[in-house]
Design a protein around this ligand. Structure first.
Ligand SMILES: *Cc1c(COP(=O)(O)O)cnc(C)c1O
Length: 462
């Protein structure tokens, strides 16, 4: 399997190189040159597989022999052995039309563990194979940092430095990152907001000499390995419904920020999984809802919401979809992205909008509606939704016909976002792993928001 850039200026590279490259060198995103097509027979056989077995089959298609099968199997098995649920991502029936796909049974209680447990093990494997140290550098608004640290803590050959905005992540997210005491982890608590952290990281990655000297690697959701790892649970959830005779019209509702998770669903559908509708849920930061409904991709005003992991204006994975929307035409994709940089928007013609609306339906959830949904499902079904999941559930209510079933992706455990749950007077019991965090000492270095200060700390650590 070869990987190419959505902007067409990176020669075909293999899986490992695509993972290491992260963002394509021409500024585009890496995509597989051909999307594997699965027959109905294959799908029927895969229905019997456990989660790790299914993950191994899917990864095998994309790794394409670059990693020996036994090694890949060990990587997959190790990655999902850390999950607390034997099914890894269980599906819970809520009512006739709604099932919830629980993606939060990993070490940090958010769905990002599914990809980052694997990516952490993969980096460690590559480090051993190439006999080189891998330095991971990233910025987080909360979930990614905790999950990435958990994916590589204590692993030989890897050092990780994560920047988070001081005092601007949830308490549990902060504790998950800073109570880790492994020597290969550095938490920098930056004076500033998430955008400052993101900008510093971007500028450090743009420093080519620095990047090459330290083999800097990224963990953000544009990494192709993350997208591939996330296709697995779409198949797995569909198969669980099929086994119960429920595989009529199956929709998926996905709380969306950077378009990574829902792009994985789009890819699963393109591979042949018979998905009915992909429901794209946003919060009040609704650039993607407006794109699907109106055909214009243009950032709006920033809103603070109860689902901070979706408080995103420019969706970093969106370019991958654009590439497929335009028939895998890299030149047009590059022109559109260039136009976006210059004019701050992309407007698509009516025929393309028709295609978009065949691929997705979209719904943006207001803050009060998010809280009301949490309250309603708690009262009616005794099921406590986290605020991100609640957006997906609210969007599924608007878009599920009587003869359809929607699988709503639950991207985080409610304990991670107790700040919102408390607002509607619901008292939750924290899982013991989260409760224990409050007793542990924290390890973090407070730094000012300039590149030089951050770089000095990073150099000391490396
Ligand atoms: C990251 C995240 C999302 C958004 O996922 P994208 O892949 O960026 O669309 C949704 N919910 C939670 C809890 C997250 O951490």
């Amino acid at each position: 399997m070869e990987y190419i850039s959505t902007r067409g200026k990176v020669g075909a590279i293999g899986f490992v190189d695509a993972v290491l490259m992260g963002l394509a060198d021409d500024g585009g995103l890496l995509v597989p040159k051909h999307i594997p097509q699965l027959s109905a027979d294959t799908l029927a056989q895969w229905q019997k597989l456990s989660y790790p077995e299914l993950a191994l089959e899917l990864f095998s298609l994309y790794v394409d022999g670059e990693i020996p099968r036994e090694d890949l199997k060990k990587l997959v098995d190790d990655s999902y052995a850390t999950f607390r649920h034997e099914e890894v991502t269980p599906v819970r029936r809520v009512n006739n039309n709604l099932h919830i796909l629980e993606l939060f049974h990993g070490p940090t209680f958010a769905f990002k563990d599914i990809a980052l447990q694997f990516l952490g093990n993969l980096y460690s494997y590559i480090s051993r194979r190439t006999n080189s140290i891998i330095h991971i550098l990233g910025a987080t608004s909360g979930d990614t940092g905790a999950s990435a640290i958990e994916g590589v803590r204590g692993k030989e050959g890897i050092k990780i430095c994560i920047l988070h905005p001081n005092g601007k992540v949830s308490k549990v997210q902060e504790l998950q990152m800073t109570t880790v005491d492994d020597a290969n982890v550095l938490n920098l608590s930056v004076e500033g907001n998430f955008d400052d952290c993101q900008r510093i990281i971007k500028e450090l990655f743009a420093d080519v000499a620095f990047k090459q000297q330290y083999h800097l690697r990224a963990i953000n959701s544009i990494n192709i390995a993350r997208v591939l790892a996330q296709t697995v649970y779409y198949f797995y959830a569909y198969f669980q419904l099929a086994k119960q005779g429920q595989a009529g019209k199956v929709n998926f509702s996905v709380p969306t920020g950077n378009f990574g998770d829902i792009f994985a669903g789009y890819l699963a559908k393109k591979m042949g999984l018979p998905v009915n509708k992909l429901i794209l849920a946003t919060n009040e930061n609704n650039i993607l809802e407006r794109f699907v409904n109106e055909g214009v991709y243009q950032p709006g005003e920033f809103h603070m919401t109860y689902s901070p992991s979706m408080d995103i204006q420019v969706a970093s994975n969106f370019e991958r979809y654009l590439y497929y929307l335009y028939g895998e035409d890299a030149a047009t994709t590059a022109t559109l992205m260039d136009g976006f940089k210059k004019e701050g928007k992309i407007a698509i013609p009516a025929d393309k909008l028709k295609q978009v609306q065949a691929d997705f339906v979209a719904y943006g959830v207001q803050n009060d509606e998010c809280l009301a949904t949490i309250g309603q499902y708690h009262d009616e079904y005794s099921y406590l939704l986290d605020p991100h999941t609640a957006c997906g559930v609210a969007a599924s209510e608007k878009n599920t016909a009587a003869d359809e079933v929607t699988v709503a992706l639950s991207t985080a455990h409610p304990a991670k976002f107790n700040e919102a749950i408390e607002l509607i007077q619901i008292e939750q019991t924290f899982p013991p792993q989260i409760e224990a965090l409050f007793e542990k000492p924290q390890h973090q270095t407070l730094v000012g928001g300039s590149n030089d200060e951050v770089k000095a700390e990073i150099l000391k650590f490396f």
